[in-house]
Design a binder for this molecule. Structure first.
Ligand SMILES: Cc1cc2nc3c(=O)[nH]c(=O)nc-3n(C[C@H](O)[C@H](O)[C@H](O)COP(=O)(O)OP(=O)(O)OC[C@H]3O[C@@H](n4cnc5c(N)ncnc54)[C@H](O)[C@@H]3O)c2cc1C
Length: 470
């Protein structure tokens, strides 16, 4: 258990906090003062970026400094796999990592709690009260003192204030949302299968509307067809892909805007071949509990509605004692990945907005960006501990890959590295896509366990059911 203090009216933290950090804008790369002695390094958010950073710091500095990882859930599932969890293509129980066991192994303290803000004057992370499932209080409001803080709490889906979207859509932000979507999907498939079996009037189709045709929406649409095909083998004899009706709705002129036009057309052709109705240039004005309504006035009926149209920062980032946030509540950082108003606070991954010198757009919210930012902050924290100047983050766009389930994979490799994207499709793209997750496993578990887990994953793909049907 980290050195936390209940709030309010608690005694001062047992380890004396160093002098308060600067509260005004500071030039890039300045140091917050000498960092002598044992430092309390707190990482909040153990996702694609935070978990990799925690493991690295724990391995190298776990004995000399207090490294604490805070997360509001007890286990980690790599977020880019959530669409597979949602359709049952992946059994998250096999792929999840227990924070407590993992942190123990790597010399990190783990604190189960939800960040609700930062008190920069006292250098404390504010943790919300924790309740049991019956509503009783498990742990009161807490404060975790830090000398260095890394905020890595990811993003939430941005509904852009669209009427009814929050109440009537699933947002694929976390594991519970993916599990809930899968349960509703299975129930709906069962209803349709029963109606077909008994010949009784009832629902004859599973209608799914997906808003947003970026990678998440496109990947989910393809996974749904793969799952529907598999369900027949697992007892729903009267259900197959022909009873699935997926509509993918995109406001922009084409799907997968991050990919070259040729690949976005190839992906659309493949989706349409599967049976997906693809609507582009079609903004959504409202979502009800039965349909998605577009600007053309069309109401697209759907039992399952999923919103995958954009990302924004969590509301807790507005409660960070004056740290700069952009219009989507993401923490604004300098090229060193320190927040603009506090040298002791870094932010990485989807929760930060980082516009690098010479560019006019922020680094995109992707797992590869979170992974690279974790590396930079690891080196910068080591530099701070040695009193050296910090390095600027350099984003290397290795390209974007989109999996159309077992049907196809499309993408562009190397992005800005070779002065232009190299379009790839098929088996090569599939291997490159899988390597993203494999890199995460290696970064989180180290080489030996990482390789074992990669091999185990390949064995599991052969021996376990094609789809999680519970
Ligand atoms: C379905 C889907 C598919 C995707 N596919 C790809 C892909 O193919 N390639 C790619 O590059 N990117 C992909 N992405 C985007 C990618 O998942 C994110 O960019 C990446 O996970 C961001 O990493 P992160 O560390 O910033 O946040 P996350 O990985 O989201 O981790 C955030 C962590 O913070 C914790 N947390 C949140 N709030 C709090 C709080 N208040 N207090 C404490 N803990 C908190 C969460 O529990 C979580 O563990 C995909 C995303 C989705 C949803």
């Amino acid at each position: 258990m980290p050195d936390t203090t209940p709030d309010p009216a608690q005694p001062p933290p047992t380890t004396p906090a160093a002098a308060p950090g600067p509260t005004t804008d500071t030039p890039t790369g300045t140091l917050p003062g000498p960092l002598t002695g044992r430092q309390r390094i707190v990482i909040v958010g153990g996702g694609a970026g935070g978990l990799e950073l925690a493991r690295k710091l724990g391995t190298r500095h776990g004995r000399k400094h207090d490294i604490t990882l805070v997360d509001c859930v007890r286990s980690h599932v790599w977020k880019p796999l959530l669409h597979e969890v949602a359709t049952g293509s992946l059994d998250a129980n096999l792929d999840e990592l227990s924070y407590r066991a993992h942190c123990y192994k790597w010399g990190i303290r783990y604190f189960y709690g939800m960040m609700e803000g930062v008190d920069r004057t006292r250098r404390e992370l504010l943790i919300a009260p924790l309740h049991d499932i019956d509503g009783s209080l498990l742990m009161g409001r807490h404060r975790i003192p830090y000398d260095l803080l890394v905020v890595a709490i990811g993003s939430i889906t941005n509904d852009f204030g669209t009427k009814g979207a929050r109440q009537n859509c699933v947002f694929l932000d976390d594991r519970p949302a993916a599990d809930a979507f899968r349960n509703r999907l299975l129930n709906q498939c069962m209803r349709v299968s029963r109606a077909a079996l008994t010949g009784m009037p009832g629902e004859h189709e599973v209608r799914v509307a997906i808003v947003g045709a970026g990678a998440t929406g496109v990947e989910l649409a393809a996974e749904l067809y793969s799952a529907a095909g598999a369900l027949r083998q697992y007892g729903l004899e009267h259900f197959d892909e022909s009873r699935l009706k997926v509509t993918l709705i995109e406001a922009g002129p084409r799907i997968l805007p991050a990919l070259p036009e040729k690949l976005s057309h190839a992906a659309q052709t493949e989706l349409e071949r599967l049976g997906v109705r693809v609507l582009t240039g079609t903004p959504v004005t409202e979502v009800t509990d039965t349909a998605v309504i577009t600007t053309t006035g069309e109401a697209i009926p759907a039992e399952l509605r999923l919103w995958a149209a954009g990302v924004r920062g969590s509301a807790v980032l507005e409660n960070t004692d004056g740290l700069e946030v952009n219009r989507w509540s993401q923490l604004v950082v300098r090229p060193t990945l320190q927040t603009t108003r506090d040298d002791r606070i870094f932010a990485i991954g989807d929760c930060c907005s980082c516009t690098l010198p010479g560019t006019d757009r922020a680094v995109p919210p992707r797992a590869q960006a979170a992974h690279q930012m974790a590396d930079t902050v690891y080196f910068n924290i080591r530099r701070l501990l040695r009193g050296r100047a910090l390095r600027n983050f350099v984003y290397r766009d290795h390209g974007s890959l989109v999996s159309l389930s077992r049907f196809s994979t499309v993408g562009s490799l190397m992005g800005n590295l070779v002065g232009g994207a190299m379009a790839i499709e098929g088996r090569l793209a599939r291997l490159a896509y899988q390597s993203l997750y494999q890199m995460h496993l290696l970064a989180v578990h180290g080489k030996l366990k990482g390789v074992i887990l990669i091999l185990l994953g390949q064995v599991n793909a052969i021996i376990r059911p094609r789809i999680k049907v519970h």
